[in-house]
Write a protein that binds this ligand. Structure first.
Ligand code: SR1
Ligand code: MG
Length: 433
């Protein structure tokens, strides 16, 4: 990706970050004034990278450096710094497509593997906002718009295959983060793995049940293979509620380092699966006094999210007149052809819906018994109550995988969520939900 000697890279201190920014005239002007007065704050929140906010006299920026290890694990878990190259490439590829749904991309330093982007202010991470019980009226619509635009315009539906192959050639080299996804999302929750953990002893039965359920592992394997082989579009690859920054009126998708060519339903499933985790985490939750109203709002967002994606994706398709190698316009120019194309579009999106539910389920499971868990459930201090809330999410996830025909549409999904809430800790008894 670059021909720099690894020794030129180093983990930067605050003053070195200031120097790096000051060397770039456009950044110096944006921050303004004497760089010795710039303030650097460590605001890292995710698992992987160092993140800083830098404020100057005139403005601020967000700085992200890829460390040679996983931030939350230190040097016991080495990780190639080249992930920043793929994040930079993804965000630059996507920015002209999604516009203001992503942060403004300002600079990439290929030596230090430092990304500089717009400082989002007063945005918060959506997951943190949901934990606090805050309402973000536009977030679900905006993320749906993001996925619809980004995925449609990088798919075969919008391009000649040559463009798609360019993306494939570049992003298929993003192997280190693909390995993380394959191991942590698809594989380890279903085996004995040192990195797994859960609320013991309450979820011991569930963890064992996931390891022993051959039917479930067969379905998960099918979706893992689909993930590996279905290069449907350039996907974000990690679109959970921690990858979205929001205010009441503005929404931005961040953190594209897991970018890959893959199934569109993987991005949709990440987002809706994490909405469902937020919903289950609010069981008996003291953080949100008006609990039931707030929980209903979360479920409503799942509906908004899917319906908006469905409508927007088909609208991008219908409005796209340029040639492509999937459904050449010349084959569908007649009135009958146009009617047929509308059916094809509905069928295509229906298959994305099926993928979304499966990947949502897989994402929910990994966040409860796998390595990287979500903060939503930590709000429930009583561990037995936390496990009960998580067991509901696991029971829904298992049925989404084993009995997808029970969830023929988004209404069926949100209607079902409450039925799984009180299934108890026994994974066998919960099969009756
Ligand atoms: C080892 S990194 C753990 C998780 O954090 C990221 O957000 C991805 O979801 C990854 O799987
Ligand atoms: Mg991330």
């Amino acid at each position: 990706m670059n021909d720099l000697k690894p020794s030129e890279y180093r983990v930067l201190r605050g003053d070195e970050i200031v120097q790096l920014l000051a060397r770039e005239p456009s950044l110096h002007e944006l921050l303004g004034g004497d760089c010795s007065t710039w303030r650097v704050r460590d605001v890292a929140d995710g698992n992987i990278n160092a993140v800083y906010l830098v404020d100057g006299a005139a403005g601020g920026v967000c700085v992200k450096q890829a460390l040679p290890w996983l931030r939350v694990a230190g040097d016991s878990w080495p990780l190639p710094i080249e992930r920043a190259v793929f994040e930079d490439a993804y965000m630059r590829r996507i920015e002209p497509i999604v516009g203001a749904l992503a942060p403004r991309w300002l600079h990439f330093d290929p030596v230090m593997h430092v990304i500089v982007m717009e400082r989002l202010e007063p945005h918060v991470i959506l997951r943190q906002g949901l934990i606090k019980g805050r309402v973000f009226p536009d977030a679900a619509r905006a993320v749906a718009d993001y996925v619809a635009a980004a995925c449609f315009h990088t798919s075969d539906l919008a391009n000649g295959f040559e463009r798609k192959y360019e993306d494939l050639a570049l992003f298929s080299r993003n192997v280190a983060l693909q390995r993380i996804t394959l191991d942590l999302v698809f594989t380890e929750p279903y085996i004995e793995a040192a990195r797994n953990h859960w609320v013991e002893p309450w979820l011991d039965g569930w963890a064992a049940s996931l390891r022993n359920d051959l039917a479930l592992k067969t379905v998960v394997a099918r979706h893992r293979l689909h993930y590996l082989t279905h290069a449907q579009a350039l996907i974000h690859g990690d679109l959970h509620s921690g990858s979205v920054m929001v205010t009441e009126r503005d929404t931005r998708v961040i953190d594209g380092e897991f970018a890959a060519l893959g199934p569109i339903g993987f991005d949709l499933g990440a987002f809706i699966g994490n909405l469902l985790l937020a919903w289950y985490s609010k069981a008996g939750d003291a953080v949100v006094p008006s609990g039931s109203t707030y929980r209903q709002w979360i479920l409503d967002q799942a509906v908004v999210f899917w319906q908006r994606f469905d409508q927007q994706f088909r609208s991008h398709w219908s409005g796209h007149v340029a040639s492509n190698d999937a459904y050449p316009p010349s084959h569908f120019a007649s009135a009958a052809g146009q009617a047929r194309l509308a059916l094809i579009q509905r069928d295509y999106v229906a298959r994305i819906f099926d993928d979304m539910l499966a990947y949502a389920a897989i994402k929910m499971i990994r966040r409860i018994v796998g390595f990287a868990q979500v903060a939503d459930f930590l709000a429930i201090e009583d561990l037995r109550k936390r496990a009960l809330a998580q067991a509901g999410a696991l029971a829904l996830a298992r049925d989404l995988l084993l009995h997808p025909h029970r969830f023929p549409g988004i209404a069926a999904l949100v209607d079902a969520a409450p039925r799984y809430e009180c299934v108890g800790l026994d994974p066998d008894l919960s099969r009756r939900a």
